[in-house]
Design a protein around this ligand. Structure first.
Ligand code: C2E
Ligand code: MG
Ligand code: MG
Length: 554
């Protein structure tokens, strides 16, 4: 059954909506009718004329009746004509049928891999489901999606991408159980379905594991060895708890698609069975996604600011901008929820730009010594024009680059390091500072740390909050601080939540710090109030703070 095409209910052979084959059949019948009528006529006329002709040749009678003789000759011509026409039409119909069959095969087959396509496989799965229902069987559907296929195309070229698809199609067909069907559903996605005994999910699991193993073997193309992994979504036609008890082919494909998305989201190179809960998660995610797209256009994202303090003197040195989404549907949403989604759907650049623009505007009224620090996503650092875009924002706002800082995480170091280095160098040349955020949570080597000219290390808050625990291991934080000193980099400790953590850090020397101990992130208005209050305390006798003066000036 694998890879085969068959006439389905979608492709009736005898008539189409235009009625063309029907017309042809009618013409066939007319031609045949003429031929048959001519033969009958021939038999009648020849029966009378031929004896007269024979007798006339033998000299036994006069010349035969001329009218009848002519009618006979005409009749013979008609028989020959009718018969030839009938034969021609039969041949024509045969050729057309063959062409229709070829067109149907092409329409249902993927030309690159030779597998069925979505159109071809859907009725086949439908038939399999019908058959399984009567035999106490379930149908398993695997949806197999290559991980990072775009990167293969980009890095190795499209012919390498094609070779990967062909080889994957071949492997899928090879592994397919004998009573299964498989198809390329489009792009880098394959599907296969097969029946199994009700309740024997272990078999389907085993086959899925085999698929993962076999398809993930490296593929050789020219002198390239291409590593591929796949994510597989599995769905079974018997799914307790699902809204639909007896899914059709489309529904089964939809379930497997949801499970495949789940497998992708949880790290790729794995398989996941569909569970009804996943459907509501997807609905929520879709609502979040459309809300996010709308929200970016409507300017619902606002900068909040977290104080950064010199922990020895307690002096405010700057703010880190942290994004918040004030959504009419979901309330205040934290970045941990929407940043990954914005990255995934490709709006992170636009979102970040609008936030930075707002933050630069807010920071105009702050004191001239205060710095502004913003978080930058690894996705943004893939854009070779990123440095130019950022510098343009600074120029437009008239904000001095030396007061501006970007925070990047260790994951950026594993991306295209050449592009990242050139971006960082351009920004540094203009005076912008670069911090390595969440230090200690990634896998950067010392070599990578030295390869990029960072200005600061930010110890991840998970290490710092730990310091408050009694008997906590302070050695690790001390080691990170020593490492920073060794590399000549100032350190910022994130997540200082209380006096205990601060006391430990104070013993480690000159550090900057931030955390709930100093205050929660606040919006622009609250930040300004804080700055004015602070300035009023510092200038008690009638002098106006810079923030107050700038604000009064509008
Ligand atoms: P981050 O850059 O490490 O930011 C610090 C996070 O720690 C913030 O969470 C802050 O609210 C939280 N935090 C600060 N002090 C404490 C503390 O004492 N205890 C605890 N438990 N947490 C503390 P938030 O605002 O939810 O941001 C989370 C992450 O989202 C940020 O981590 C950053 O990586 C990312 N992010 C925020 N804004 C942006 C943005 O505009 N662009 C990008 N690309 N990422 C952003
Ligand atoms: Mg940060
Ligand atoms: Mg951080």
């Amino acid at each position: 059954m694998a890879g085969s095409t068959r006439p389905g209910p979608d492709h009736p052979e005898v008539s189409t909506a235009t009625g063309e084959p029907l017309e042809r059949a009618q013409r066939d019948v007319v031609a045949l009718g003429i031929a048959v009528a001519s033969i009958i006529l021939f038999v009648g006329v020849a029966g009378r004329v031929m004896p007269q002709v024979v007798r006339s040749w033998m000299g036994l009678a006069h010349r035969p009746d001329m009218l009848l003789t002519n009618a006979l000759l005409l009749n013979i011509a008609l028989v020959i004509f009718g018969w030839r026409r009938y034969e021609e039409l039969r041949r024509e119909v045969g050729v057309r049928r063959q062409a229709e069959q070829t067109a149907r095969t092409l329409a249902e087959t993927d030309p690159l891999t030779g597998c069925l396509n979505r159109r071809g496989v859907t009725p086949a799965i439908g038939q399999m489901l019908d058959a399984a229902r009567g035999q106490d069987q379930e149908v398993a559907l695997f949806l197999i999606d290559l991980d990072n296929f775009k990167a293969i195309n980009d890095r190795c070229g499209h012919s390498a991408g094609d070779a990967v698809l062909v080889e994957t199609g071949r492997r899928v067909q090879q592994l397919l159980p004998r009573d299964g069907v498989c198809a390329r559903m489009g792009g880098d996605e394959f599907a296969c379905a097969f029946p199994f005994d009700a309740g024997d999910r272990a078999r389907a699991d085993r086959i899925a594991a085999e698929f993962l193993g076999a398809i993930s073997a490296p593929i050789q193309f020219a002198d390239l060895t291409i590593d591929v992994t796949v994510s597989v979504g599995l769905a079974s036609s018997h799914q307790p708890g699902a809204a639909v008890a007896s899914p059709d082919a489309e529904m089964l494909i939809h379930w497997a698609d949801i499970a495949m998305y789940h497998a992708k989201k949880h790290g790729r190179d794995r398989h996941a069975w569909f569970e009804p809960q996943m459907e509501s998660d997807i609905r929520f995610r879709n609502a979040l996604e459309s809300g996010l797209r709308r929200g970016v256009a409507a300017g619902e994202f606002v900068p909040y600011y977290e104080q950064q303090i010199d922990i020895q003197t307690g002096k405010l040195v700057g703010f880190e901008m942290l994004a918040r989404w004030i959504s009419p549907d979901f309330g205040v949403v934290t970045p941990e929820m929407f940043i990954p989604l914005a990255e995934e759907i490709g709006v992170i650049g636009e979102l970040s730009e609008s936030l930075i623009r707002k933050a630069l505007q807010d920071a105009q009224i702050w004191d001239d010594e205060l710095t502004l620090s913003v978080n930058i996503s690894p996705i943004q650092l893939r854009d070779p024009w990123f440095a130019q875009k950022l510098l343009r924002l600074l120029t437009e706002a008239g904000f001095p680059p030396h007061r501006f800082e970007i925070e990047i995480t260790e994951s950026c170091l594993h991306e295209n390091i050449a592009v990242v280095r050139s971006i960082i160098t351009s920004l540094k040349n203009q005076g912008v500072k670069i911090s390595l955020d969440d230090f200690g949570t990634g896998y950067s080597s010392l070599a990578q740390l030295r390869a990029l000219p960072f200005d600061r290390l930010k110890i991840d808050r998970s290490f710092v909050t730990e310091l408050a625990r009694e008997g906590a291991n302070t050695e690790l934080v001390a080691a990170i601080v020593a490492l920073g000193r060794g590399l000549g980099l100032p350190i910022v400790a994130e997540g200082i939540e209380n006096d205990e953590a601060l006391a430990v850090l104070l013993k480690l020397g000159d550090l900057k710090g931030q955390g709930y101990h100093y205050g929660r992130p606040e919006d622009a208005e609250a930040t300004l109030q804080r700055l004015m209050g602070q300035a009023a305390r510092e200038v008690p006798h009638g002098g106006r703070s810079k923030a107050a003066a700038k604000r009064a000036a509008g």
